[in-house]
Design a binder for this molecule. Structure first.
Ligand SMILES: [Zn+2]
Length: 320
């Protein structure tokens, strides 16, 4: 028990949004937690109706960065300093009100349906405020963690062999789960992706789902067979480890890509950025085999060629 200073920050579609902080953190806390109103509006507008009567944001003693209790989120004590440094955390915990609290996994091994979703929806919110570069920046940080984690923990996102519930909360279920949604969005396009997300929330609001239920809804909405996509990203360990090179001669740009990991041949589209005078032109190639070459007719010698300039594919670049 403690004394709080509290304030009604605003009402968003009749949902009261409040901040509860220790009296000595009053001004900083009301300012930092103020973004909760923007976040709530973004998720209601893009996902669907909020499932609870209020949204309270509370400074608290918690062993976690944040804890997404339905309608009353607890944030760690030092989350308030008046510098707006926890906007991503606030967006993550508020996203849980949709995914994790309302539409929740039916089995703990499928917790990416909560944590991967909250991770990616926090990125989506930040992208909506700060632009596409913010999405790329966040995903690149996550990519590094995923690659490091895999070296020590070569397991898939959904791994029923992990029996310790705490170990299911990992870089795999958070950051890699988020990356899966980023790749799904790229595969389906923004319009279909959001339509699918809305349909999934509508179907499983105040209910429980498995990964297969999410897959089924995304297939219904997109009309695409997503079996391979979900199998390789959720139920197969690792990611493409790519060795590649490019060369230019006789107005042909040649790109050779090879998957080095031995346990599975991933299938994915990959974008290739051709850079000249600071401008990037993007080409796409579908990788279905362990190796592939692509020749692009090009009138000019590129200054550089890069893989995945827009951060749409989870892979590891291996040096030659
Ligand atoms: Zn979370």
């Amino acid at each position: 028990m403690t004394k709080f200073a509290s304030t009604l920050l605003d009402e968003v579609y009749d949902i009261p949004v409040s901040a509860w902080v220790y009296p000595e953190n009053r001004l900083d806390g009301f300012s930092d937690y103020g973004v909760a109103t923007k976040v709530l509006k973004y998720f209601i507008d893009n996902i669907g109706p909020y499932s609870y009567a209020k949204l309270a944001n509370m400074q608290a003693k918690t062993q976690w960065g944040g804890l997404e209790n339905a309608g009353t989120i607890a944030y760690f004590e030092n989350s308030v300093n008046g510098k707006n440094e926890v906007e991503g955390l606030i967006a993550h915990e508020i996203a849980h009100q949709w995914f994790g609290n309302s539409a929740s996994e039916n089995d703990w091994n499928h917790v990416w349906l909560s944590e991967g979703f909250a991770t990616y929806f926090a990125i989506l919110y930040q992208e909506s405020v700060y632009g596409n570069d913010k999405r790329k920046e966040e995903l690149e940080l996550d990519r590094k963690q995923i690659i490091d984690y895999y070296l020590q923990n070569p397991s898939p996102i959904v791994d029923p062999s992990i029996t310790d519930p705490m170990k299911v909360l990992s870089i795999n279920t958070y950051q890699k789960g988020g990356w899966v949604l980023n790749m799904l969005r790229h595969k389906l396009g923004d319009k279909v992706f959001w339509k699918g997300i809305q349909a999934y929330y509508k179907a499983y609001r105040d209910s429980n789902a498995m990964s297969a239920d999410f897959q089924k809804i995304m297939e219904e909405i997109s009309g695409e067979d997503l079996e391979e996509f979900f199998q390789q990203w959720l139920f197969t360990k690792g990611h493409p480890e790519l060795k590649w090179d490019w060369s230019y001669a006789k107005k042909n740009l040649q790109i050779n890509i090879e998957q080095l990991q031995k346990h599975h041949v991933f299938k994915f589209p990959i974008e290739i950025g051709v850079i000249k005078d600071g401008k990037t032109v993007i080409y796409q190639m579908d990788m279905e085999n362990a190796r592939k070459s692509l020749t692009i007719k090009l009138d000019y010698q590129p200054d550089d060629v890069i893989l995945d300039p827009e951060s749409w594919l989870l892979f590891e670049e291996k040096s030659n």
